[in-house]
Design a binder for this molecule. Structure first.
Ligand code: BCO
Length: 565
């Protein structure tokens, strides 16, 4: 049999580990996808070897700080041995088997990286989630995914406790906490006693590796399933084209651990190139801490959402001298040209925009070395064949607005998500002919640059979050003041757009003080579902616009918000 992730050289008759050049060729579809691939064994362990032989600079693989003086630095070797122990904790102490699902809901702490690597080693499917998830969110996720284990920190343990009894598949709860708690295993304690001996599972390249919950217009969030190769190899060209990473780089990506952006810029892509992943714990976003961090640490590459850059350019950036910063990247929501210009004027650095989503990874970008067209999200990142198409699945010429779509070859490319788990209807609904539909509208210009126009559906993109109106409407409807509601996007100078709720009040609440009631409704949503979804704007109305069949016309409300006729 052929070892995982190795190419059999017909001429020499030898098996050789895959190199970075191999991964680039595979990502570009110039070489076939190997039958087996496991990022831990085929990438991380290779860097560990290179550390031993001095083929990699001495910077850490993971460099974590919390701003309170605590620091963790792991080499690839240390990450390797600790994650082997963690793999034993998951399989032996938690009793998990290959293919089992593990919800990993941790803030930016080293254990998040450790547990994810351990899951890969053991062939477990991990499910990242933001620590903003409420008990109701956790219940839905654990039930829908049939997760057998949850790994949680203090922030989410109470939410898990509240609903664990309703999750029949859940058999192990692993906490990352200094306190002991009945019914919970302690990761830290078990790591102390765990063996370092563990053989990495030879996962198939297309075997499930991770599930992300992602919002749509209707229904609850869907489970976007990715394989070991889709993210593990499929991000390689992004690392070269957009991030331009080298093993001497130190990259700081500020995304929450629950989003694919963390996987993209703070996990797989940097480690494919042997770079150092820098992490600041920062439980609450703070521009001063942010700028001090860039001035204190030798961060070469920064990746953050446009909202963060919008917040940063409000400060006098010329007061700061960034230690090593050379390359700045942004994505997750549209970047306005003014911010790009202000960032360049104040720091002397370009801002490279990337466009993508949980299902696809990065598909367009203004790569390093590319001409940046302010307001454009750049050109397709190879091998992605991004097109603007019409409602019949025909490509449209430059200058014509249509649906942004990715052309698929006869077989589904390995670098795309595999499917929405347990949801063949939704999986089919995002296909039109041989195109995958992003759900976004856009235009391509004659130079092949793409320009974002807006969502084709009712999904709201705010501060880099993708929010389904249905989830917010559901939360609002639980409140006795709300008879009916419609949630749409509304423009915002800092967050790009924000969630706005139009609310029809029930009779007893019609005489309430509006300001107080708005605060009450906002607080209610923050308790019912992840707080980032709360409506930052609320308007009370007598009635909602509807079609003759009674369907709420969200598009009309949205157009009114954006001043469109
Ligand atoms: O703004 P408010 O203070 O009114 O409300 C905030 C929080 O204070 C509040 N909150 C948080 N935890 C809470 C809570 N309230 C009650 N109880 C709790 N436990 O809820 C609101 C949360 O809003 P936020 O997350 O936007 O917070 P903040 O501090 O304004 O952060 C700003 C950003 C920009 C740092 C944040 O919005 C952010 O990190 N955005 C980026 C999201 C992201 O990474 N997206 C990438 C998705 S993946 C992708 O795009 C694919 C690309 C290939």
């Amino acid at each position: 049999t052929r070892p995982a992730g190795r190419f059999f050289h017909i001429v020499s008759g030898l098996c050789a580990p895959l190199t970075l050049a191999d991964f680039e060729a595979i990502n570009l579809c110039k070489r076939p996808l190997p039958e087996n691939f496991n990022f831990a064994g085929d990438v991380l362990d290779q860097w560990s070897q290179k550390e031993k032989t001095g083929e990699r600079p001495a910077n850490p693989a993971l460099w974590w700080v919390n701003g309170k003086g605590d620091e963790v630095k792991w080499s690839f070797g240390e990450l390797g041995s600790l994650s082997r122990k963690a793999a034993n904790v998951l399989t032996k102490s938690c009793g998990l088997e290959r293919g089992d699902r593990v919800a990993v809901v941790l803030p930016r702490i080293p254990e998040w990286w450790l547990v994810n690597v351990a899951c890969m080693r053991a062939g477990l499917v991990f499910i990242p989630g933001t620590t903003q998830l409420t008990a109701k969110d956790m219940l839905y996720r654990l039930q829908a995914s049939k997760a057998k284990c949850v790994v949680a920190s203090e922030e989410v343990i109470p939410a898990v406790e509240a609903i664990a009894s309703e999750c029949p598949h859940l058999k192990a709860k692993l906490q990352v906490s200094p306190h002991s708690r009945q019914g919970w295993l302690s990761l830290q304690e078990l790591l102390q006693a765990a063996s370092e001996e563990h053989s990495c599972v030879e996962t198939a390249s297309q075997e499930p590796m991770v599930i992300y919950f992602t919002s749509g217009t209707t229904g609850s969030p869907k489970m976007a399933l990715h394989s070991h190769s889709s993210i593990g190899i499929g991000f390689t060209i992004t690392g070269r084209y957009l991030l331009d990473l080298k093993s001497s780089d130190v990259i700081w990506s500020t995304s929450d651990t629950g989003w694919i952006k963390a996987a993209l810029c703070a996990f797989f892509t940097p480690w494919l190139y042997g770079a150092c992943v820098f992490v600041h714990r920062m439980s609450q976003f703070d521009t001063d801490i942010f700028l001090d961090t860039l001035s204190t640490y030798p961060i070469t590459t920064l990746c953050s959402t446009p909202t963060v850059y919008r917040m940063l350019v409000q400060k006098d950036l010329k007061r700061y001298k960034f230690k090593k910063l050379q390359h700045c990247v942004t994505g997750g929501e549209p970047l306005n040209p003014e911010v790009l210009e202000q960032w360049k004027t104040q720091t002397g650095l370009d801002l490279h925009e990337a466009y993508g989503q949980t299902e696809t990874g990065v598909i367009c970008a203004s790569g390093r070395g590319d001409k940046i067209k302010p307001g454009s999200m750049g050109k397709p990142v190879p091998p992605q064949d991004v097109q603007i198409i019409d409602e019949n699945g025909h490509t449209l010429p430059p200058g014509k607005e249509g649906d942004i779509a990715v052309r698929l070859t006869s077989t589904r490319p390995f670098y795309l998500f595999s499917k929405y788990e347990d949801n063949p209807e939704k999986t089919a609904a995002v296909m039109r002919g041989n195109f995958y539909l992003t759900g976004d509208r856009g235009v391509m210009d004659s130079d092949g640059y793409f320009w974002f126009v807006g969502r084709a559906d009712d999904v709201i993109i705010t501060s880099g979050y993708r929010i389904g109106p249905f989830e917010v409407e559901n939360a609002l409807m639980e409140h006795p003041a709300v008879v009916e509601t419609a949630v749409v996007s509304s423009p915002d100078p800092v967050r790009g757009e924000v969630v706005k709720a139009f609310v029809v009040l029930s009779a007893p609440f019609k005489s309430s003080y509006p300001e107080e009631l708005i605060l009450e409704l906002q607080a209610h949503v923050k308790k019912s579902t992840a707080p980032y979804k709360y409506p930052r704007k609320v308007e009370f109305v007598q009635q909602l616009p509807k079609t003759p069949t009674g369907k709420i016309k969200r598009d009309l409300l949205r157009d009114r918000e954006w001043g469109r006729t």
